[in-house]
Design a protein. Structure first.
Length: 408
């Protein structure tokens, strides 16, 4: 049956409900505008944004430096496709490679595309450099992972909602428990799978799983097992990277340098989708023209905004602020009553808080009524990830409301 717009109400939420696929269950807040850490709904009510676009808004909403960079580029050129070079592309790649201490960059748009890029490049590297027999490459991943929504990526998800009904699944992945070095070591040592492992794909902190920090030494252990077995360590820093944890890269908390970073979210400054695989010449150099690409990947507008993001990170003060405010936030979270809170985890301005007897969704609804936006990850866990530009007073204000939500 078809409907005309005149039959439908013009209330935005009803239109969403009627015309948008129901692949999300949003909180009942309809945002009209936003600035810094604050968003305002269509009724003029303000909320402090403690989700920050799942860390895509690390610099807050419409940061003036990023808006200026976008505006300047809008007046020049926005899209050429990779059929031609443009004057923002080389500088963007050079500046991002330098920030990451790497040699080459392959830009895409969404996080999932960066992950797909990592998978393709690791396989090709495995066949052409490591000499793994064709079509036999294995990538080790971890239970509880979240790397995106494509058919290949959901093939190795352990979340039934993400995976069920979307098969047939892409082969070539083995999953082991997160944080379990001996399980990883066993896979790498097995005579059947071990020699075919081309990469280990790891989130330095598992975001969607509930902001789960692995045991100390885990990332360093993954690094050394990868080096020993000739497998690439690919760090998915799409959510953990670019300042969120008080480090530019979350791997740095353990002094670990992977073979490749996958970046996204905050790289686009909350304005445009920008993602990238950043690695060495030995790894990204395996690609030849025609083997991978994207019409929008590395477009001039994306590069101009991302260059400003990189400049803001390079200066170091925001990352430092994330570390300091993170300490403040975690100290406060640790004072929440243990009768109500069963777990607090995270690093920097990033926390997963699990509740003993109330669902995460219920807490988020209470928080929204109190003027704070947050989102549950799974079940009884919520994630707190404010923009890194939040002030001490704003953070304290939000923490007061988290406390109130637990007692209301
Ligand atoms: C660690 C990680 N990787 C990949 C993705 C996928 O990014 P996108 O939603 O931009 O495809 C996400 C998104 O939440 C993520 O947290």
């Amino acid at each position: 049956m078809t409907h005309t717009m005149t039959e439908a109400t013009t209330d935005p939420s009803s239109l969403t409900d009627r015309y948008s696929a129901h692949n999300y269950a949003p909180l009942p807040v309809v945002v009209a505008e936003a600035s810094g850490v604050w968003v305002t709904d269509v009724n003029g009510r303000s909320y402090l944004d403690m989700l920050a676009g799942y860390s895509a808004l690390n610099f807050g909403h419409r940061h003036p430096r990023l808006v200026d960079a976008a505006r300047r580029q809008l007046e020049r050129v926005t899209l050429v496709s990779r059929a031609f070079d443009h004057d923002q592309f080389g500088p963007f790649c050079a500046e991002l490679a330098e920030l990451a201490g790497m040699e080459m960059v392959l830009p895409m748009n969404t996080g999932a595309e960066a992950v797909e890029t990592g998978i393709k490049v690791a396989r090709k590297w495995g066949y052409t450099v490591r000499g793994v027999p064709h079509d036999e490459a294995v990538i080790v991943v971890f239970d509880g992972n979240f790397h995106g929504r494509t058919t290949t990526i959901v093939s190795f998800s352990s979340d039934p909602d993400a995976r069920e009904d979307f098969g047939p699944y892409t082969p070539g992945f083995v999953s082991v428990p997160y944080g379990d070095l001996s399980a990883l070591s066993d896979v790498l040592a097995s005579s059947d799978v071990g020699p075919r492992v081309v990469a280990v794909l790891v989130e330095p902190i598992q975001g969607e799983a509930g902001v789960v920090v692995p045991p100390p030494g885990f990332l360093a252990g993954v690094r050394s097992l990868c080096s020993l077995n000739g497998a690439l360590m690919i760090a998915d820093e799409i959510q953990s990277g670019l300042g969120r944890t008080g480090f530019t890269f979350a791997c740095s908390a353990e002094g670990v340098v992977p073979d490749a970073y996958l970046l996204g979210k905050a790289l686009g400054g909350g304005i445009v989708p920008v993602s990238a695989m950043v690695s060495s010449r030995a790894v990204l150099g395996v690609l030849r023209p025609g083997q991978h690409g994207s019409t929008f990947g590395g477009n001039p507008l994306a590069c101009a905004v991302a260059r400003e993001v990189i400049a803001m990170l390079r200066d170091g003060s925001l990352v430092q602020r994330s570390a300091e405010l993170g300490t403040r936030m975690h100290a406060r979270l640790r004072t929440l009553p243990s009768s109500a809170v069963s777990r607090v985890d995270g690093r920097g301005l990033w926390a997963g808080v699990s509740f003993a007897s109330v669902g995460g969704r219920e807490v988020c609804e209470r928080l929204a009524r109190l003027g704070v936006l947050a989102k549950e990850t799974h079940g009884n866990t919520i994630r707190l990830a404010p923009p890194l530009i939040i002030t001490d007073a704003e953070l304290d204000w939000a923490m007061d409301r988290v406390e109130a939500a637990l007692t209301s």
